[in-house]
Design a protein around this ligand. Sequence first.
Ligand code: NAP
Length: 257
Amino acid sequence: MTGRLAGKSALVTGASRGIGRATALLLAREGAAVAVNYAERGDAAEEVIATIRQAGGQALALRADVASQPEVAAMVTQALDAFGRLDVLVNNAAVSHPGNLLTLDEARLDEMIGVNLKGVVHCCRAATPGMIERRSGKIVNIASIAALGTALPDTTPYAMTKAAVITLTKRLALELGPHGINVNAICPGFIRTEMAAASVDERGFEAIAGKAMLGRIGRPEDIAAAALFLASDEAAFITAQILTVDGGRTDFLSHSG
Ligand code: NAP
C-alpha cells in the first residue's frame, strides 16, 4: 500500500462505528494495517474490516473492553502477532451516560471512568513498550469539547473524564517525548454519531449546528482527518497539543453575547 501511513500499523479503539470507524477506514486508506477494536458490536467491526480488505488494505477486528487491563493486554498481543508492531494508537473508545455529578448512579460513573480514562491508560501501557524500543510512535487521544467548557445539561461526569484525558495527554507527552513518541489529543465538537444521537434529537442537532461558526454538525470524517494528520510524519514535531475540531463552536460560544 502507498499513502501517508504506508508500512505502518495502527490500533483504533472503539472502531466499530462513529468516529473510530471513520478513523480506521482513513488510516487504512493511507496504507496502515489497522486493528479495529470493539466492545460488543462484532458484526459492525467485521463490516469495517471487510471494507478495508475490499480496498486492498490489511485489517483485523479485536474484541476487548478497554476498561479491562487483561483484555487490553491480550488485544495488543494479538495485534502485535498479526502486524509485528504498532506505530499508531488512537484512543477513541468511550461511553457517555447522562446525569449530573451529584446524582449519577455509581456504576455508570465507574463505567465512564473505566472506559474513558483508565481505558486510555491501559492501551497506552500495553502499546508503548514497542514504540519505546523503536524510539517512534504516535498516540492520538479523543477527548471532547465537553472538557473545554460547554454547558450541555447532564454531561458533567462525562466532561470530567474527558478533562482528565487532556491532562493525561500532556503528561504522557512529557513522559514519552524523550522516547521519540508524540502524544496529542483531539477535542471533537458535536459529531453526528450514535453517541450524539442518544443525547439530542434532530431539532437539537439543528440548534447545535447554529452555534458553530461553520453552521453545521461535524462528521466522523472531520475527526478522522485530524487523527490521520496527528498520526502521520507531518506531525513529527507536534506533541502535547490539544486540537479542537468543532467547526468553531467553542470559540463562537466565548464570543457570543
Ligand atoms: P459511538 O458512536 O458511541 O461509538 C463508540 C465506540 O466505542 C463503538 O465502537 C463502541 O464499540 C466502542 N466502545 C464503547 N465502549 C467500549 C469499551 N468498553 N471497550 C472498547 N470499545 C468500546 O461514539 P462516537 O460518537 O463515535 O465517539 C467516539 C469518541 O469521540 C469518544 O471518545 C467520544 O467521547 C468522542 N466524542 C464524540 C463526540 C460526538 O459528538 N459524537 C463529541 C466529542 C467527543 P461497540 O460498537 O462494540 O459498542
